[in-house]
Every structure is written in C-alpha cells, then in structure tokens.
Design a protein around this ligand. Structure first.
Ligand code: FES
Length: 79
C-alpha cells in the first residue's frame, strides 16, 4: 500500500454546491488540491468521491492522514 503524501498540514476550506460531486485526492500528489487530478495512477490509492448533500463550507483534509476522509478530523495537529 502506498503511503499518502502530505499535501499540506491543514485542511482546505471549500464551498461545495448541493448535488455536485467532488473527488477528494487521497494520495496527496494532485496539483489541484484538495481534489483529484489523476496523479494517483502512479500509486495504489484512489480518490474518495462524495456528493454534497447541501451547499456549505467543508474542510477537506490536506494532510491525507485523516481518519474521517475526505474531511479534516484534526489529525494534522499530530504531524
Ligand atoms: S488536514 Fe488532515 S486531518 Fe486536518
């Protein structure tokens, strides 16, 4: 299993739109953080895809070590 690369040690705040799909980068290699740009193809990791249930601000994990993917759970504070 490939270890995820830390993109940044803090979350990315994103205003999501209800009903829209978002593909969160799980490998940390994407150039379009916090979302997938296909870079995981060099790893055995895959993005996590969610559909926003409502329009709101979400905090997507940037360290890629969260236990609550794709959202920040505070794990970055321990890195
Ligand atoms: S940015 Fe990864 S747990 Fe907060």
């Amino acid at each position: 299993m490939t270890r995820a690369t830390i993109a940044q040690k803090s979350p990315y705040k994103v205003e999501v739109q209800e009903g829209r799909k978002y593909a969160w980068c799980a490998c940390g290699l994407s150039g379009k953080q916090p979302f997938c740009d296909g870079s995981h193809k060099t790893t055995d990791l895959s993005p996590i895809i969610i559909t926003a249930s409502k329009s709101e601000n979400l905090y997507f994990c940037g360290c890629k070590q969260t236990g609550g993917a794709p959202l920040c759970d505070g794990t970055h504070n321990t890195l």
